[in-house]
Write a protein that binds this ligand. Sequence first.
Ligand code: PLP
Length: 426
Amino acid sequence: DDIHQLEQLDKQHFLHPTSSIEQQQTLGPAFIFREGKGIYLSDVKGNVVIDGMSSLWNVNIGHGRLEIGEAAREQMAKLAYSSCFATFSNEPAIRLAAKLAKIAPGQLSAVFYTSGGSEANDTAYKLARHYWSIKGMPEKKKIISRTKSYHGVSVGATSATGLQPFREFSGSLAPDFLHVDQFDTDELRQLIIREGAESIAAFLAEPVQGAGGVHIPPENYFAEVRKICDEFNLLLITDEVITGFGRTGKWFGIEHYGVTPDMMCIAKGITSGYAQLGGVMISKEINETFKQRSGGTFLHGFTYSGHATACAIALKNLEIIEREQLVSNAKVRGDELLAGLKQLKNESEIIENVRALGLMAAIEFKENKTTTPFSPQVVAEAAKRGLICRAVTFNGQDTVVIAPPLIIKKAEVEKVIQILRETINA
Ligand code: PLP
């Protein structure tokens, strides 16, 4: 039948991103999704599941928003795409840039557009080095990031990523990337001194680590990091690809910590996944420095930098986030989610720790001495009960992460907790 054929074609012709070989070649796709509405996804077999990961932490406004389709249709009918190189521009790209400057923290006032988070990261590294080069310090090239970080899969972003399996997959990595342990500012300081600040361009960090297992830094961590960056003349780049656009209960994750980065990578929630878009926001000072450079060309640009339809979709998405007050909803629902998870911890003997900031949450399991880690089993069993969540087993962890769409309602949070309860009991 049709479904069987789709499964066979998938196995033969579709090499999936981040897939296990067993899944890819033997089992085939577990879900072939066909429709989405709100926090729910349904597949070709008629299964309905809660999209507890907002797909890839990105569908912030939920699925099936016709308004977005309307905005895309309108823009495509007018001008789907045109070049933004050099002297060319378009209205949605300009209006979105101005909007981003308004909502971004501190002095971040200009954007360079990409198609996603990996391109945003590679762009940030290049711009940081370019900046120091204009300043007459071309030897400031190294980028320091952290051991459980995830920054994407392009060569640069893989090199910055700390999670070991991603690094090993790609064989050779780019030079001039260094790593420090989680949240250890003494180690950061020592590494800078050891390497020499004159060789280091930037420190790079996710405000809350996502793919690495939802790791929330101690309260004064980023203030200390900012101090170190200022002391040693390093740029601070925050990777807000997941934490941006309301996910943590503020517009941007770094706002929890009262500091401003010099550059900020964005993607995912900027369009809630309705189109491919990302970018790097830069401070006024960096932007002015780029402008001061006499002669030459700013030689960095993607075909789809400033894609008119993607930008029109982003504008509509941000309008919805504001109109429906989804940033504060993420905070309120996130607090409820955390309270529910704490309840589960009290009830269960296998949970070590639970944590959440806004709608980024994690359940860390105790060591399973008898069989395989708990988290993959929990994810498989939760899916059977109608909830998609994700297992994180990198770097010896055994954690399930949850990040539902920001439109989630109180009763739906309760449903998520109830499914998790039944799953863990089972
Ligand atoms: N940075 C962070 C923090 C991410 O979580 C991701 C993706 O999950 C990326 C970068 C890479 O973004 P993309 O997959 O859009 O290239």
